[in-house]
Design a protein around this ligand. Structure first.
Ligand SMILES: Cc1ncc(COP(=O)(O)O)c(C=O)c1O
Length: 363
């Protein structure tokens, strides 16, 4: 007899492939101290203020957390200069994408996603029965607003944009972002995911948060997983005008942000020295990588994030495997367009140096 059957569209969803953990490398290759430069985590660890907050509140774990995450939303409002009434907090920004899809997608609705981007948009959309349409990248693997504009003719419900983008590290310039928002039909929800925006150094990078007032169909997503070092606790935000936000709040699980995540998230948002150190470490790491890649004659994609895409060539997968054997965990990209590349997150200076030494050894 057949058991319970999931929705028919569930079978089509590709499995998410996470970065390899340090423990796996210890077990597989017997490396005592592997270096993980694979998941765009914060090289400095968690914010010290967040750690203090966790010890202060751990005695209260028998209580339910605040369903409104007020402390956290107020801290986010202060940090991002945005009204707390326009912020929803989530169990990571992944949950924000889930809420958006659950609130807005009916089976067979169309969702536009650039061909090369963060994979969870697709999973969240398909879980709600959406028909996902991939828009083309430009020749240099940037998000192509022309391809998105053409696809708008198909009456899309949502378009997801990571700015800066993962895994390319590229970004939409100010004018491109403004143009994209202008051409997005009023009935299409545009989600701008700014997971890496704190790392952007380009003068013409513009946060879509500055445009929230003007667009009723805009949701901006943020996360504390990268710049604030809280990937393991899961804290993310969605920012939008009240009308859109209300739809997400209606279906939000009441206690979606756990107590420690709320307290630690609020503390991390006010930990300015930690953020300053994070940005300095990241930018120094990127600049070091660029210098070394230039020295080695390797092509790379200049990045506005905390990782960089490096072109290895046809043997990229083998190089990735060899690095693993030496205890260096990077990310091999499965997308056919990126089969010649590996993605490396910036680490601490000694980790970055160890990666370059291993890379030279392998090449
Ligand atoms: C572009 C992008 N958005 C969102 C996320 C996930 O963020 P969170 O940890 O808040 O779910 C990632 C994680 O790698 C990402 O690369």
């Amino acid at each position: 007899m057949k058991g319970p059957q999931p929705t028919p569209w569930l079978q089509e969803i590709p499995l998410y492939s996470p970065g390899i953990s340090k423990q796996t490398i210890r077990d597989m290759h017997g490396v005592a101290q592997p270096i993980k430069l694979a998941s765009n985590e914060n090289a400095l660890g968690p914010s010290p203020e967040a750690l203090k907050a966790i010890s202060n509140f751990k005695e209260e774990l028998h209580l339910y957390p605040d369903p409104h995450s007020s402390l956290l939303r107020n801290a986010a409002a202060h940090f991002f200069t945005c009204s707390p009434d326009r912020i929803i907090a989530g169990n990571g920004s992944d949950e924000i994408f889930d809420l958006i899809c659950r609130a807005f997608i009916q089976p067979n609705d169309k969702v536009l996603i650039p061909e090369i981007t963060f994979s969870y948009y697709r999973i969240a959309s398909m879980a709600c029965g959406a028909q996902v349409l991939f828009t083309k990248m430009s020749q240099d693997q940037a998000i192509d607003t022309k391809s998105i504009e053409q696809a708008f003719a198909l009456d899309a419900k949502i378009v997801f944009i990571a700015n800066p983008n993962n895994p390319t590290g590229k970004y939409l310039k100010r004018d491109e972002l403004l143009h994209l928002l202008e051409i997005t039909p009023k009935q299409t929800l545009i989600v701008i995911d700014e997971a890496y925006a704190s790392f952007a150094r380009a003068d013409d990078f513009l946060s879509a948060l500055d445009l929230l007032e003007e667009y009723q169909n805009l949701i901006v997503a943020k996360t504390l997983s990268k710049s604030h070092g809280l990937a393991g606790l899961r804290v993310g935000f969605g920012m939008a005008q009240e009308q859109l936000l209300e739809s997400l709040l209606r279906i939000k699980p009441p206690f979606n942000v756990n107590m420690l995540a709320e307290k630690a998230g609020a503390a991390a948002l006010s930990d300015t020295p930690f953020l300053t150190r994070t940005l300095e470490t990241t930018w120094e790491g990127l600049d070091y990588f660029y210098t070394q890649f230039d020295r080695l004659g390797l092509e790379y994609v200049p990045s506005q994030t905390n990782f960089v895409l490096l072109r290895i060539g046809r043997n990229a997968r083998d190089v990735y495997q060899e690095l693993l054997r030496r205890g260096i965990i990077t990310r091999y990209m499965n997308a056919p367009e990126l089969k010649d590349y590996i993605r490396i997150t910036t680490g601490l200076p000694h980790e970055n140096q160890a990666f370059i030494t291993a890379l030279e050894d392998v090449l």
